[in-house]
Design a protein around this ligand. Structure first.
Ligand code: AMP
Ligand code: TRP
Length: 341
């Protein structure tokens, strides 16, 4: 089966480790919604098995999983049109990950920058799961024979590894079974940076809460964080070239463009020559106007957790139906006897 002949199928995942950020919203959720609304078959997963590669308090993991589900739905994912579920309810992910642990090479995984960043200096003490994580991520995608994966820039290396794993599996077993996926990394928001340092990405795990906008922040918190965001003393330039070497200014322009669904060039041109003291209140107003409806819908959904769990369970049922026959074929290809009735 040639890759071109495959139906387009989108898969993506978000970790339930802490709350969702503006980076997740602009870099991932908003784009997931656009793909869903374009009529593409889409599968979205809250990857709880990935989250526990670093310690998660069980009660907090449960809360973060439900909050992520509420975030997906509040952002516009419709569980009747897309499949939305949490990873651990579909056992095929972990099983295919085992096969892939035996395909991926130590050297490949050792090169992953996310592992190096997260393990830090004390690598001996990192979990085995943190090291093996990209094989599970490849399994998440390939167990559905997904073809397209929308993510932020930080996941690019993991998607290249997914292609390598699929290629080696196909080659070693002499099959054309797993598709060679296409990363979908596009738009102004593929890398939203910290509000405190324009050179590091906005992240749920940053120690400073002032570095990020959380999807649970209220209007006052959003405005305050933008007002205090680090900037330089120059007025804004009229062109993107003028933002070279000014990562904080570039980031705020990008955030404005992504929130307003415009090109960053247009935003730069509009604010040419203005000071941050003028630009920041405009950005704060825009952020509040765009995020407030999402936040209030999330809060409303969180009042009925049984309903969230029901949606995740239904989604998992639909996902399992797609994944199980593909896992069975993969086991068969690898020479596993499949005789249980
Ligand atoms: P994570 O929160 O690490 O599970 O990321 C979930 C999704 O959000 C992935 O597609 C990430 O690439 C994307 N993402 C996370 N942080 C950012 C950011 N600061 N800018 C853009 N995309 C992001
Ligand atoms: N590793 C991704 C992250 O940290 C989350 C993820 C897990 C994912 N499995 C995936 C993203 C499969 C896309 C496809 O952001």
């Amino acid at each position: 089966m040639a890759n071109q002949a495959r139906e387009t199928r989108v898969f993506s995942g978000i970790q339930p480790s802490g709350g969702l950020t503006l980076g997740n919203y602009l870099g991932a959720l908003k784009r997931f919604v656009a793909l869903q609304d374009s009529g593409t078959e889409s599968i979205y997963c809250i990857v709880d098995l990935h989250a526990i590669t670093v310690w998660q308090e069980p009660s907090e993991l449960r809360l973060a999983t439900r909050q992520a589900a509420a975030g997906f739905i509040a952002a516009g994912i419709d569980p009747d049109r897309s499949i939305l579920f949490n990873q651990s309810q579909v056992h095929s992910h972990a099983e295919l990950a085992w096969l892939f642990n035996c395909v991926a090479r130590m050297g490949w995984l050792g090169r992953m920058t996310q592992f190096k960043d997260k393990a830090g200096k004390n690598r001996e003490n990192a979990s085995v799961g943190l090291f093996a994580y990209p094989a599970l991520m490849a399994a998440d995608i390939l167990v559905y024979h997904a073809t397209h994966v929308p993510v932020g820039e930080d996941q690019k290396q993991h998607l290249e590894l997914t292609r390598e794993i699929a290629g080696k599996f196909n080659h070693d077993y002499g099959v054309d079974f797993f598709p060679i996926i296409e990363p979908v990394i596009e738009g102004a928001a593929t890398r939203i940076m910290s509000l405190r340092d324009g050179k590091v990405k906005m992240s749920k795990s940053d120690r400073s809460d002032m570095s990020r906008i959380n999807l649970t922040d209220d209007a006052d918190a959003i405005a305050k964080k933008i007002r205090r965001a680090r900037t330089d003393a120059q007025p804004l330039p009229g062109t993107l070239d003028g933002l070279d070497g000014r990562p904080e200014a570039r980031n705020l322009i990008n955030i404005y463009a992504a929130l307003d669904e415009r090109e960053p060039q247009g935003v730069a041109a509009e604010f040419a020559g203005r000071l941050f003291s003028e630009f920041k209140p405009r950005l704060a107003d825009l952020a509040v106007a765009k995020l407030e409806p999402v936040t209030s819908e999330m809060n409303r959904l969180m009042e009925d957790q049984a309903e969230i769990d029901r949606i995740l369970g239904d989604g998992a049922g639909k996902a399992a139906e797609l994944a199980e026959p593909i896992l069975a074929d993969a086991y068969d290809i690898a020479g596993m006897i499949r005789s249980r009735r």
